[in-house]
Write a protein that binds this ligand. Structure first.
Ligand code: DAH
Length: 342
């Protein structure tokens, strides 16, 4: 019986070593240690042993059982850790592979410069005002001192909304926001209003039926032309750098008196004269002036107490000068090769 037990132990251990699956290990356990297992079968024969032999064989049988149990559990532990190591190997992420690149969008150059201009004006204490793109004749023209037959209307031919007897239209200038603001607020007023404007112009390198303006309006006691000059010079030096200089030229706008056009020293030649500025040394940037007393009165503001200045900047032109862009159509074609450059 002793040899039988020793044989079982040796056989079990040998089989264990070659067992490479957890399930097969379990079958081994049942085969050797289970109720109908080989070891149990031998123990059942213990009755036939002599009283002296019985404790010796009993002890040996217990030892064999314990040995097999231990061998089983250490093999199980080994198989489990092997399986885990294999799983880790399998699921490993190769962090040396470059990741997928997410490409972020960018601001359109018009938006970028508009945001910059907003920031500059907010730094000077201006609010941002909004106004309707579809407006009435009164706010776009009449309140701004452009009565129905005024010749200056011809320069801003617009899109009228059908069936409204030419009373409702797409605004041709953000100056209409001046009127809305002055109707709704009392001075002191200090606003800019960036927005889209529309004119029935044919498309070419410098014209588009849709473009952008930034209107500015300041109304308070004692506002003079020098406030206008200081404000615009601060703005332009922040956009174009300290070297640029501004030139104020007399002009006419119906809603300002006096009126001026403001030119900036040529970005290309710095004022000497080149093909970009057509040998002028300066490039026209915006219209401005002191708010016409009639406009103040139309909006219920006493022109004997208050005065103000206003200006209208063409955003496209400003961005073209800033980045040396020679064709306005590029802004609206959505060609990423163009847009990616800003
Ligand atoms: N609205 C004018 C235009 O579209 C630009 C302009 C000129 C605006 C003078 C003003 C201003 O506020 O004072 O041509």
């Amino acid at each position: 019986m002793k040899e039988q037990l020793e044989k079982i132990e040796a056989k079990a251990k040998q089989e264990l070593v070659s067992c490479s699956e957890i399930k097969a290990l379990d079958e081994l356990r049942v085969r050797y240690l289970g109720k109908k297992g080989e070891l149990t079968a031998i123990l059942k024969q213990m009755g036939s042993l002599s009283p002296e032999e019985r404790p010796v064989i009993g002890q040996l049988a217990n030892k064999v059982r314990a040995d097999i149990e231990e061998a089983l559990s250490s093999r199980l532990a080994a198989l489990k850790s092997e399986a885990q190591a294999a799983k880790i190997r399998e699921e490993a992420i190769d962090i040396t592979l470059p990741g997928k690149k997410i490409s972020y969008g960018k601001f359109h150059p018009l938006t970028k410069v508009e945001n910059e201009i907003r920031e500059i004006f907010m730094g000077m204490g201006f609010d941002i005002a909004d106004g309707p793109e579809i407006d009435d004749d009164y706010h776009v023209f009449e309140a701004l001192n452009l009565p129905p037959d005024h010749p200056a209307r011809d320069t801003q031919d617009t899109f009228y909304i059908a069936g409204t007897n030419e009373k409702i239209l797409l605004r041709t200038q953000t100056s209409s926001v001046q009127v809305h603001v002055m109707e709704n607020r009392k001075p002191p007023i200090r606003i800019i209003s960036p927005g889209r404007v529309f004119r029935s112009d044919a498309v070419d390198a410098t014209h588009s039926p849709l473009f952008h303006q930034i209107e500015g309006l300041v109304v308070d006691k004692g506002i003079t032309m020098s406030d206008l000059k200081g404000t615009l010079e601060t703005l332009m030096k922040k956009i174009y750098g300290n070297e640029c200089s501004l030139r104020f030229r007399p002009h006419h706008f119906p809603f300002t008196e006096p009126s001026c056009e403001v030119d900036i020293s040529c970005f290309n030649c710095g004022g000497k004269g080149c093909s970009m500025c057509k040998d002028e040394g300066y490039i026209e940037l915006l219209g401005a002036g002191m708010v016409h007393p009639k406009v103040l009165e139309n909006c219920g503001i006493d022109s004997n107490i208050y005065s103000g200045f206003a200006f209208g900047i063409g955003l496209e032109r400003t961005v073209m000068g800033r980045y040396d862009i020679n064709d306005l159509r590029l802004f609206y074609e959505n060609d990423v090769r163009f847009l990616e450059q800003f």
